[in-house]
Design a protein around this ligand. Structure first.
Ligand code: NAD
Length: 366
């Protein structure tokens, strides 16, 4: 058998979906293709035990389709646990559109994508992620009701990013409380990597509290704009991980904590909004624990966005959105406590608690 001659790291090259290393019993993967608009998208539905699979759509210029598939598998899985740990009745899903959001995104492409979402009859509900805007979701809304994150003027909860940033800030404060004994971030040196929608709003919270903020981004215009606005220092080197800092806040893309970076990190706390920050959850989570670096699980502290869009489905108001998001502070502290009591990583602690909820519902359903 061919699999006998390959190790598991090579299997995914032959078995493109079920053999992917990131495949974790996903319920359904949908490949969407439309020649006329140039749409190439993948929708990943990881788990729908708690409810319909909700998760944003990311548009990104992936190097190849394997990368896109891997991303959607990892992201949709993360959404399952994010909803579960946050106490929402939602499953986990996510979509990726392969392409450059600046040059290839058109209303026609977004509408075609919306038609694919619609064909799933509500099993998957979309929202925005990297490369998407509230206006894009409004376009998708023209062809399907299964979309959240639409404009307030159209009855939606608006851009989720400021709420995501607030939740991340709450999670960061909880991590600081655990590590430094105080949740006041004044005087703490925080590096925010990626100052897009969420990163900028996080920088605002941090500067309001008197933290010393350094920002990094691949977009020079953004760097200048955000630095001018908040008087933040710009990181100009090419190895931010080796920088002296108290808190590292990854707010760009995932997997920045990996074999290459993990031993360089000087930060004592990692708390950011990016999804899937640990390249390998168990391995890198364990190394962080051994190195006494406190890691606030990404899928827990970046849940403000999903809390915000969930309001569109459950009809709760802004006050309730902010109350639920603020509670991320308490949940983060509970996770740290659970991790210590069980001598496991904070990531594993968060997964365990989320899994307990999913398993209990599964049992109740059956
Ligand atoms: P965004 O596209 O607005 O911003 C991302 C920023 O990261 C951009 O400014 C980009 O130039 C920068 N970037 C990309 N690669 C980089 C690199 N190598 N180094 C430095 N900067 C880099 O996206 P966003 O909405 O702010 O989301 C940021 C992260 O948070 C993503 O991982 C996203 O999945 C996650 N997230 C976002 C939300 C939300 O509500 N928007 C919710 C949960 C999680």
């Amino acid at each position: 058998m061919i699999s006998d001659v390959l190790n598991s790291n090579e299997l995914h090259k032959i078995d493109p979906v079920f053999g992917q290393l990131s495949f974790d019993n996903h319920e359904q993967i949908v490949f969407c293709n439309d020649k006329d608009t140039g749409l190439k998208a993948i929708i990943g539905i990881h788990n729908t035990v708690l409810g319909p699979a909700l998760g944003g759509t990311r548009m990104w210029q992936y190097n190849n389709e394997w990368e896109a598939l891997n991303d959607v598998l990892r992201l949709s899985r993360g959404m399952t646990f994010k909803a579960a740990i946050t106490g929402l009745n939602l499953g986990g899903g996510k979509a990726v559109i392969i392409g450059n959001a600046k040059t290839q995104k058109t209303p026609e492409l977004m509408r075609k994508f919306g038609e694919f979402v619609n064909s799933l009859s509500g099993k998957y509900i979309t929202a925005e992620d990297v490369g998407m805007t509230t206006e894009d979701m409004d376009t998708v809304r023209e062809v399907t009701p299964y979309v959240t994150g639409i404009s307030q003027s159209k009855g939606g909860a608006g851009n989720p990013s400021p709420v995501t940033a607030y939740g991340t800030f709450m999670g960061m404060k909880a991590a600081a409380k655990y590590k430094f004994g105080t949740d006041i971030l004044e005087g703490k040196h925080v590096c925010v990597q990626g100052i897009g929608n969420v990163g900028e709003a996080l920088v605002e919270h941090l500067t309001n509290e008197g933290a010393l903020v350094t920002i990094s981004d691949i977009n020079e215009d953004r760097l200048k704009e955000v630095s001018d606005k908040y008087n933040a220092s710009i990181y100009r080197g090419n190895d931010i991980y080796s920088e002296e800092m108290d808190i590292y806040a990854p707010c760009a893309l995932g997997a920045t904590i990996n074999d290459e970076t993990i031993y360089k990190l000087k930060a004592q706390v990692i708390a950011g909004a990016a999804n899937n920050q640990l390249a390998e959850e168990h391995k890198h989570g364990t190394i962080l624990r051994e190195r006494n670096i406190v890691y606030a699980p990404d899928f827990l502290i970046n849940a403000g966005g999903i809390i915000n869009v969930y309001a569109e489905l459950e009809n709760y108001d802004r006050k309730e959105i902010m109350r639920k998001t603020e509670n991320i502070y308490n949940t983060t502290l509970e996770i740290f406590d659970y991790a210590d009591k069980n001598n496991i990583t904070t990531q594993a602690a968060a997964f365990n608690i989320a899994n307990e909820r999913i398993e209990a519902r599964k049992k109740a359903n059956s």
